[in-house]
Design a protein around this ligand. Structure first.
Ligand code: GAL
Length: 389
């Protein structure tokens, strides 16, 4: 039945059985994104090999919307002359199209939102061929929650969850499998109610917005501690889209950010200008063994095994009894250079020397208890151990 096809139930597990992968326009193009930018991103996903590595969603974020016509039907603005043609183009490349709206009257960037037009908009998206929707709370906060229940947080929360349920039902009624991405910045323990049958979220943002700065990336990563049990096939914590290749992130920071998101079973939505990325950024986003950690079919998000000084060690179980281990040097400027650190295998539940593979050098490694690991500032050591003991 169509009503069970979005978010929860059998189809949910097919639409987001592993964390969604692709690209989103916001982090680089913001509200100025155009049809040409989206096509160029689709082309680059194919030519870079990223599509074949799993990046299939091409997601248009805020900024595509125009006005409604007399019948209330939403039309794209002049930068998107024909949304159906764009969807056809994206599909012709073996990719899928994502779009963005808000339950409020306006989106966060001030474009037309879906308030009062939820079912109509869901039908438009399905008619165009949309495969993914990001639903961003934005002006629903002031326009509905604060206006209707100014001093009543419980009622505000009911209004908010009601809005997410309404769009879930609208998407389900289209009969088209559409990944449902909640964006309300991690409020009200969204991980507890988003994956349920009523809201049927396939992913939900756990924090406010990411920026291409190490401190922000590290802060967001830290806030994922404790959320592992909420993630699994069909329903994922979303620590926001990738900034790999954006801003002034160093090669180490790009590697660490990507490794951390892979450990977290996070959606891997590249947020850079794919048509003009450096070979180094391409090789980070395209590292198939790191992607395989993210996409491990068990869907078990990493937990922080322990932290010592400015080094954090995270682990996650993998299929066939394997384990991924990530050691991050999160140290500050003061500690630039190498950072001596001793690995405590017992704290990871391991006994004696382990054989693994360093997923950034591609080389086999032995992990001995109390061995010293030298890590540059903001760098990562990411190891897969196939037979931990
Ligand atoms: C924010 C959202 C961002 C982006 C932006 C668009 O609320 O968290 O990811 O979608 O709105 O205006």
């Amino acid at each position: 039945m169509a009503a069970a096809s979005v978010g929860s139930g059998a189809l949910a597990d097919t639409v987001a059985a592993t964390p969604p992968m692709g690209w989103n326009s916001w982090n680089f193009f913001a509200e100025k994104v155009t049809d040409a930018d989206v096509r160029a991103a689709a082309d680059a996903l194919v030519s870079s090999g990223m599509r074949d590595a799993g990046y299939v969603y091409v997601n248009i974020d805020d900024g595509w919307q125009g006005e409604r016509d007399a019948k209330g039907v939403i039309h794209p603005n002049a930068r998107f002359p024909d949304m159906k043609a764009l969807a056809d183009y994206v599909h012709s490349k073996g990719l899928k199209l994502g779009i963005y709206t808000s339950p409020g009257p306006k989106t966060c960037a001030g474009f037309t939102g879906s308030l009062g037009h939820e079912a109509q908009d869901a039908r438009s998206y399905a008619d165009w061929g949309v495969d993914y929707l990001k639903y961003d709370l934005c002006s629903f906060i002031e326009d509905q929650m604060q206006a209707k229940a100014p001093h009543d947080p419980a009622q505000q929360m009911r209004l908010m969850t009601g809005a997410y349920e309404r769009m879930h039902d609208a998407l389900a009624a289209t009969g088209r499998p559409i990944v449902y991405s909640l964006c309300q910045y991690g409020w009200d323990a969204v991980w507890e109610w988003a994956p349920g049958a009523k809201v049927g979220g396939n992913l939900w943002r756990t924090t406010g917005d990411i920026t291409p700065e190490w401190d922000r990336i590290y802060a967001i990563a830290s806030q994922q501690a404790g959320l592992a049990s909420y993630a699994g096939p069909g329903h994922w914590n979303d620590p926001d889209m990738l900034e790999v290749g954006n801003g002034k992130l160093t090669p180490a920071e790009n590697r660490a950010h990507f490794s951390w998101w892979a450990m977290l079973a996070a959606p891997l939505l590249a947020g850079n200008d794919l048509a003009h990325m450096s070979p180094e950024v391409k090789s980070i986003l395209g590292n198939r063994e790191v992607i395989a950690i993210d996409q491990d079919p068990l869907g078990k998000q990493a937990t922080r095994a322990y932290a010592e000084g400015e080094v954090e060690v995270w682990t996650r179980p993998l299929q066939h009894g394997g384990m991924a281990i990530a050691v991050f040097n999160v140290g500050s400027e003061r500690h630039a250079g190498t950072h001596p650190f001793r690995l405590n295998l017992a704290a990871l539940g391991l006994h004696g020397t382990q054989q693994g593979k360093d997923l950034w050098s591609g080389k086999p490694v032995s992990l001995a208890d109390q061995q010293t690991i030298a890590l540059a500032r903001h760098d990562v050591w990411l190891v897969r151990v196939d037979a931990p003991h």
